[in-house]
Every structure is written in C-alpha cells, then in structure tokens.
Ligand binder design. Structure first.
Ligand SMILES: C[S@@+](CC[C@H](N)C(=O)[O-])C[C@H]1O[C@@H](n2cnc3c(N)ncnc32)[C@H](O)[C@@H]1O
Length: 423
C-alpha cells in the first residue's frame, strides 16, 4: 500500500556555512570572537585522549558514544518498530482486515519507517558536523563503534530522541508555550537587576556576565544575549552539545527539519500530529552571541585551566538544580562563581533524579542557601504567585513536554527566585 498522503517527508537542508551574514531580515551574524577561539582551543585539549584516564567517563569517550548513538538512530528505532510489527501479527485476521481497510495500519508502520529514515539524515548531518567541529576522524569513530558493539553495547535510543525533542522546546514555533512560561520571568528579572547595562544604547564595558548551566540546546542563552548580556552557557550532555554545535553551523531560520514524535505512539489526537515535521530554528542564530563551555558545571569553571571563581555577575539556573547528583555541589559552585553582590536567578522544578546524594524540599533549600550567604531579591510578578507568604519565591505552571499537541501534559509548578550573594 502506498504511504498515505498525510506523510510528508521534508528534505533536510544542511548548510555547512558557519559565519556568514544572515540575510532576509535575519539577525546579523558576527564573523569571529576571541573568547570562542580561546574556548575551542581549551575544549579540544580537554577532549584529547591524553587528558586523564581513558575510560567511559573520559569526555572524548562520551563524545564518541554519543556520535555512535546518532549514527545508529535509524537502526535502533527500526528495531523498536519491528517489535510493533511483530505484535500487530497477534491481532486476528478479521481485526487486521478491518484495520487495513479503515486506517491502513501496515502503511502507517511503513510510513514511520520512512520518517525514521528521514530523521537519520538529520542525525547524519549532526554527526558530520560533530566530526568536523571536534576534529575527530571518521576512522576513529568507526573503530569506537566497532569496539563498543563487539563489547555487546547497543547504541542508546532514548538520548538521541530526547535531543531531537529539545529542538522543539527551544527552537521550533511549537515550543513557544514552554518558553513563554519561563523566559519572561528570567528575562524581566535580569533586565530589572541591570537596568543601566545599555549606556547610550551601547553595551557597557565590561559587559554584564551571565552563566547558564544545564543549557540544553541553548535557546534561553540566546534570548539573554539579545538583551546585551555577555552569555556563557554550559552543558554536560554530549547529545545536547552535538545538537547545539549543529545549530551553530546551521543558523538560518527553518534550515532544518525533523519528525520528533514518531517514536511515541501514545497521546496523539491524529496520526498527522504524530507524523508532523518540525522546522527549526524559528529565529536566526548568531553562533558567537553565546559561548558554550562543555563539561560538568561543578568543575568546568573551577579548574586551574579555566578558573572562573567570582567571575559571573549572574547565574541563571533554568530547569537545572534538581539534575544534581549532589545538590550541595551545585550550590557551592554557584556561590564560588559569583562575587559578593552577584545574583542567582532560578526557575524550575524539584524533580530529583536517580541516586541523588541529598533531596531537599524548597524550604530546606532556602535555609541552606541563606546560611551559605544569600538573600532574596524581589522576583518579577510574571514569575507567578508567591509560594510562601513570607518568602520572595514565586511559582507558576511550566510545561516540559516537547509536544504541544499531545493528549497529555507534563507540567511542573516551577519555582522562581532571585538571590543576591551577601558574603
Ligand atoms: C532538565 S534539562 C533542562 C535543559 C534546559 N535548561 C531546558 O530547560 O530545556 C537539564 C540539563 O542539564 C544538563 N546537566 C545535568 N547535569 C549537568 C552538569 N553537572 N553540568 C552541566 N549540565 C548538566 C542535562 O544534560 C540537561 O541538558
């Protein structure tokens, strides 16, 4: 049976230009940045095999693992699809006859296969860009894949799929609702903390420095940079970093496309919703507006090679603090990287992951950070209603779901605060 017409396989347009001025009303793109060049040198040295012990935690090993998983996206998704094909065989002949006649179920499975192949082309482009950006030979990646698979390690299906969904949250029109719940709170807080940062319409010297750990695929950092802050983002996940490096190299509006919802058969009102293509980015990206520093927040800025203690004017944590293995290490790092008078702006839930050293309630976090030397500053009203009568913490619903058309909602009562370091 032919693929139903609601399946539209869009072509992935991959551009390798990295620093060309955008046209057609898109934001102008800087041609270079000394701090980006300096960080790239540091990053390549950080990733070199000779940097520390070679094991699964080595950053280059994690990079090669993530590249392997992007390479095998189609294979892993197709294996999952094979499971659904086998299970369908268990329906009775009469049931299958009805399903084929009414919904073309086999054609639907075939259509998903075609869309998986389409997504693989984007994954291949992410891999090609990653090899180029991180100066990794294809032969090294092939060797890594061969050894890993010989070791019985299958590529991870979920992490790549999650990274593709993060493109929706951050860079597609469909993620706007998720962004609109959080960004105005953070952006207004920053603007009211630094109302004079624009002297005569020019960025001041030195610039107000904002650090954004756990930046995902990076949209918030670009929104903050657009308000004339100097933004450094930080991300540990190589899946996210590969996805972000691809965006830096493909910054034009609507230059890429994926079908991010085909790996989940639940919660779709229509099959077209499940199959729909998502185009991104929805605004032009200046790759030099934000500096991405890769690595673990708790040591990326405190090592002797990259000591940024008391360096940042503001740290913005957006859906981040609850990702900590050790929440206290995150708090210590926030404290260490801010000077006295520096600010911490938080927006997000308290969803502790697997194996956290400590799990604190909101009121416990407040007493700990007060004891460390922070005090509350007013958070803007757009951050929501006061959570406690006597504390300047605000809470509002914030969706973290990637799919605005899904018949399910994954939302948090995200907690927002602005704190000043007093000692
Ligand atoms: C819940 S996600 C939120 C991402 C992004 N802020 C957003 O709201 O879309 C948390 C992010 O923090 C990153 N992360 C977790 N632990 C980290 C660490 N120790 N250092 C830097 N990033 C980390 C994860 O890889 C993930 O991308």
């Amino acid at each position: 049976m032919p693929i139903p017409e609601y399946v539209q396989v869009h072509q992935v347009v991959v551009t390798v230009q990295q620093a060309e001025n955008a046209t057609n009303g898109e934001a102008p793109i800087n041609l270079t940045s000394p701090r980006h060049e300096e960080e790239k040198t540091r990053l390549l040295s950080f990733l070199s095999r000779s940097n520390g012990k070679w094991d699964a935690h080595h950053p280059r090993h994690r990079l090669l693992d993530a590249l392997h998983d992007y390479v095998r996206y189609e294979e892993r998704q197709t294996a999952e699809l094979g499971k659904w094909r086998r299970l369908y065989k268990s329906a009775s002949a009469a049931q299958k006859k009805l399903l084929e006649r009414e919904v073309g179920y086999t054609a639907k499975l075939d259509a998903v296969a075609a869309l998986i192949a389409h997504n693989q082309r984007l994954c291949d482009a992410i891999v090609e860009n990653g090899l180029r950006f991180y100066a990794v030979d294809r032969a090294e990646l092939d060797d890594h894949i061969r050894l890993r698979e010989a070791d019985g390690k299958a590529a991870d299906r979920v992490s790549v799929s999650q990274a593709l969904k993060h493109y929706v949250r951050d860079w597609a029109a469909g993620g706007r609702g998720e962004r609109d719940a959080a960004f105005p709170c953070i952006l207004q807080a920053l603007q009211s903390l630094f109302p004079d940062r624009l002297a005569d319409g020019e960025p001041p010297q030195p610039a107000v420095k904002v650090l954004l750990p756990g930046s995902g695929v990076g949209r918030l950092g670009h929104e903050i940079a657009a308000l004339s802050f100097e933004v450094t983002s930080n991300e540990w996940s190589m899946y996210m970093n590969l996805a972000y490096r691809y965006l830096e190299a493909n910054p034009r509006v609507a230059s890429s496309n994926a079908h991010p919802f085909i790996d989940n058969w639940s919660h779709h009102a229509t099959t077209a919703d499940m199959f729909r293509g998502v185009t991104f980015p929805d605004r032009a990206i200046d790759p030099f507006a934000v500096l991405l520093v890769e690595g673990d927040f708790t040591n990326a800025f405190t090592s002797t090679k990259n000591n940024r203690r008391q360096h940042f004017d503001v740290i913005v944590t957006h859906f981040f603090i609850d990702t900590a293995r050790n929440l206290m290490a995150y708090l210590d790092t926030i404290h260490a990287l801010l000077p006295v008078g520096g600010y911490w702006v938080n927006f997000g839930p308290l969803l502790y992951g697997t194996g956290p050293y400590v799990q604190l309630s909101l009121e416990e976090i407040v007493s700990v950070v007060f004891a460390m030397g922070f005090e509350f500053v007013d958070a803007p009203e757009v951050c929501g209603d006061l959570t406690f009568e006597n504390q300047k913490i605000r809470g509002r619903e914030a969706v973290y779901g990637f799919n605005e058309r899904a018949l399910v909602k994954n939302a948090y009562q995200a907690q927002a605060w602005v704190m000043r370091k007093t000692r």
